[in-house]
Design a protein around this ligand. Sequence first.
Ligand code: NAD
Length: 255
Amino acid sequence: MDRLQGKVALVTGGALGIGRSVCELMAREGAAVAVADLDQEHGNEVVQEIRERGGKAEFWKLDVSDEAQVKLVLHQIELKFGPVTVLVNNAGIGGANKPTHELTLEEWEKVQAVNVKGVFLCTKYAIPQMRRAGGGSVIHMSSIYGIVGAPDVPPYHASKGAVTMMAKTDALIYAPDRIRVNSVHPGFIWTPMVENHLKTMPDPDAARAAISSLHPLGHMGQPEDIGWACVYLASDESKFVTGAQIVVDGGYTCR
Ligand SMILES: NC(=O)c1ccc[n+]([C@@H]2O[C@H](COP(=O)([O-])OP(=O)(O)OC[C@H]3O[C@@H](n4cnc5c(N)ncnc54)[C@H](O)[C@@H]3O)[C@@H](O)[C@H]2O)c1
């Protein structure tokens, strides 16, 4: 119940899917949670649910790819809760699903703006607060697609590979500050992102069964499977873990 007592957690993309579960579980474990997302309606819903259970949370409307917004929101969170000590860089988009030679530059850059630039910006503005607090934990939401290839979504693969390496570099840079930086690599998790992706396919049910079968455990994961991994990385239980790739994929990458 109090694994994260005293921590201040910023979760980007916290309104839906994996981020929502991260917010709920971190609040349940005692963190003050800043829910940041483009989606105000669902973000406010998450905050309300957390407060009804006696937890501490506040919503901030944020586009992680906009530097001025990131800077302002980080400042406001510090005023409200104190310095951020946990940052979950979870906001992400799937983007265009086309072979590389058919992609436009705009489609490529749109994915990098959220999935890579957004991670850079949030980390850049959270680190000084963590330093002031004497340490912290940064968690980049990568993917199995940041470890192994698949013949789809090339900009998404590139973005998830990038944040995997950004975690390792920053783990080295900020270790003397007692700031740990790790990446989490979910397999397919049943969220609006995956649901919408399947809807673009001719037979969504068949596609769901086919994707499920890629996981040796026989099914997709649930948002809380990733949420608990993030709670571990945010907590002092993982105080010797930095620069690690935490894979939560039902065995997908074993092959
Ligand atoms: N669902 C999966 O199977 C899966 C697998 C591996 C990795 N991931 C990663 O996990 C993270 C969450 O995925 P999800 O499936 O929960 O997605 P989702 O689409 O269900 O939810 C993503 C949330 O991010 C928000 N968001 C999008 N762009 C934003 C921006 N510019 N600024 C702020 N918020 C923004 C959305 O409004 C939404 O609330 C993503 O980084 C995704 O790439 C997901």
